[in-house]
Ligand binder design. Structure first.
Ligand code: HEM
Length: 513
């Protein structure tokens, strides 16, 4: 290059540069003029570059959701009461749009967005319908209600008992407060890890619930903002040598992956001795392989060591923070309102008179107020908070009454539904009673924490079971005293899931009589 430059005279060089600039601008203007999304309002810059969002994701550190809200306020099409903002994709805020987007069987997950995850073989990340139908049937039987009841009730109760023991032993009145968000995360993480690998990492027993494993999960979540916007970063992150990862502060993430690899290899080695009374996901799949249950070519091609590793990483991630976030928000809000807390405790005391005898899930599931508390906790924790992008399939689609052409990337963040004042009056108020009113049936459609449609949450039965047992046991057996202000609004960063401030919920505990 340096040998070439001096050969050009100054005028030729300037002319070449100008020609490139003019060409670039012309192509961009042409593409802009022919962009069928132009009829939707939105910031001009966002038409030109996806880095518009990158600024809010990276520089404003998880600030995209707040900005989307501002955009919807600014570009509202008031006449239709349906609100759109045009970006490289369309984002909707009319609650009616949610079902149109996510229940449409022809819409697929957007490969550009889901490529941000570094586990390309995992079910959650698949964007191609053939790949989804190869992988999902392998793991979905383990998440049916019956499978959860048969395989997991004991593990859940055992792990929650450990949680309660830790809290009473180390965080009772007068001792250091517990970070209950970490405590719930540890509990859910141990449960899903046990179900995948028959081995609990037992992080719920870590002192003060501090563990490198959770640091690893946090780092993975916060790095999504980089991997979403740069293929180069994705490639580098996938092929980085360990020493570089450690230097870049990613040791906890690398250790997690090593941990999973070791557990997958262990399962591959020992699955022949699998204990059939406690079926775990991966050993059961491998047992199925040996018994010839997965005979088709596609199945045998899917069940590989690499798939087990990717699926293991993503299942642990998908199955821990979501459930624990709902428990955290529910607990925080109950502690802020003694009337609601008392109502819940009274219901639990009546249904579960002897707290030292284990309670059956079916009994907790029948409790109306506990169920309403869980729904309200799901609503205000949202599940995922980043808008989950879908690409419109052949023939286009009608979304909230508007035609959207094939190939368009569309999304609607869960927060836009859950915080809609038209659907949920006083939307930021924690108010379980709204789920018990005579007309509450209509609200169910708008509880979208688990998503909707063909790619909605696979772990919904497990999640509900965990939330019943965790919240039921905590409030039946313990009195919690918050040591942080629980009455003010809380904040989170949008890292696909909500990531709360460190002091979202600290408590000391006392055993209830
Ligand atoms: C309160 C708890 C939970 C909430 C709110 C929740 C929410 C969600 C949401 C919104 C999605 C859709 C993601 C997307 O479209 O990109 C999803 C997908 C998924 N969830 Fe959950 N989840 C929860 C618990 C769990 C648990 C315990 C598991 C078990 C490991 C799990 C496993 C999955 C899987 C495998 C998918 C991918 C499904 C697919 O792509 O077809 N989730 N979840």
């Amino acid at each position: 290059m340096s040998a070439f430059l001096p050969a050009l005279d100054f005028v030729t060089l300037v002319s070449l540069v100008c020609a490139f600039v003019v060409l670039g601008v012309s192509v961009a203007l042409y593409q802009d003029a022919s962009n069928s999304l132009n009829r939707f309002p939105g910031p001009y810059l966002a038409r030109w570059t996806g880095y518009y969002q990158a600024y809010f994701d990276i520089v404003k550190d998880g600030g995209w959701l707040d900005h989307l809200q501002e955009l919807h306020r600014k570009y509202a099409i008031k006449v239709r009461s349906s609100v759109l903002a045009r970006m490289k994709y369309l984002h909707f805020s009319d609650p009616l749009a949610y079902g149109d987007i996510y229940s449409n069987p022809k819409s697929m997950k957007d490969p550009k967005a889901y490529g941000a995850f570094l586990q390309p073989l995992a079910t959650l990340v698949q964007t191609d319908s053939r790949e989804v139908s190869a992988r999902k049937p392998l793991i979905s039987p383990f998440f049916s209600r019956q499978a959860v009841l048969n395989n997991l009730q004991e593990t859940i109760t055992f792990t929650v008992d450990k949680l309660l023991h830790q809290l009473t032993a180390n965080h009772s009145t007068g001792k250091i407060p517990a970070n209950l968000n970490l405590a719930y995360r540890s509990t859910a993480f141990d449960i899903i890890s046990t179900y995948c690998f028959a081995k609990s990492p037992d992080i719920v027993s870590s002192p003060a619930f501090q563990s490198e494993t959770l640091v690893g999960l946090d780092t993975s979540l916060s790095s999504v903002k980089f991997t979403t916007h740069s293929r180069i970063i994705r490639t580098l992150a996938s092929h980085m040598p360990d020493w570089l990862g450690t230097k870049l502060g990613l040791k906890a993430v690398l250790d997690q992956t090593k941990d999973i690899v070791a557990m997958v290899d262990e399962t591959l080695r020992t699955s022949e001795d699998a204990d059939s009374d406690h079926r775990t996901i991966f050993s059961s799949i491998l047992e199925g392989v040996r018994n010839g249950e997965y005979a088709s070519r596609r199945e045998s091609q899917t069940i590989t060591r690499a798939w087990l590793i990717d699926e293991g990483v993503v299942l642990r991630f998908a199955g821990s923070d979501t459930t624990s976030n709902a428990c955290t928000i529910g607990t925080r809000c109950l502690l802020a309102d003694p009337r609601m807390l008392e109502k819940l405790m009274k219901e639990l005391d009546e249904a579960w008179p002897d707290k030292n005898t284990p309670v059956k899930l079916e009994i907790l599931e029948r409790l109306p107020y506990l169920t309403a508390v869980i729904k309200e906790s799901l609503r205000l924790s949202h599940g995922t908070v980043s808008p989950m992008k879908r690409v419109i399939g052949a023939g286009g689609a009608k979304i909230a009454g508007l035609y959207v052409p094939e190939g368009t990337s569309v999304a609607m963040g869960n927060t836009f539904v859950h915080l809609s004042p038209q659907v949920f009056p006083e939307p930021t108020r924690f108010y379980p009673e709204r789920w018990l009113e005579s007309n509450s049936g209509v609200l169910e459609k708008y509880l979208v924490a688990f998503g909707k449609g063909p790619r909605s949450c696979l772990g919904v039965n497990l999640a509900w079971c965990e939330m019943y047992v965790i919240l039921g046991s905590i409030f039946r057996k313990l009195d919690l005293k918050p040591t942080v202000d629980v009455s003010s609004p809380w904040k989170f960063k949008e890292y696909f899931l909500p990531v709360y401030e460190e002091n979202i919920l600290h408590v000391t505990v006392r055993e209830r009589p």
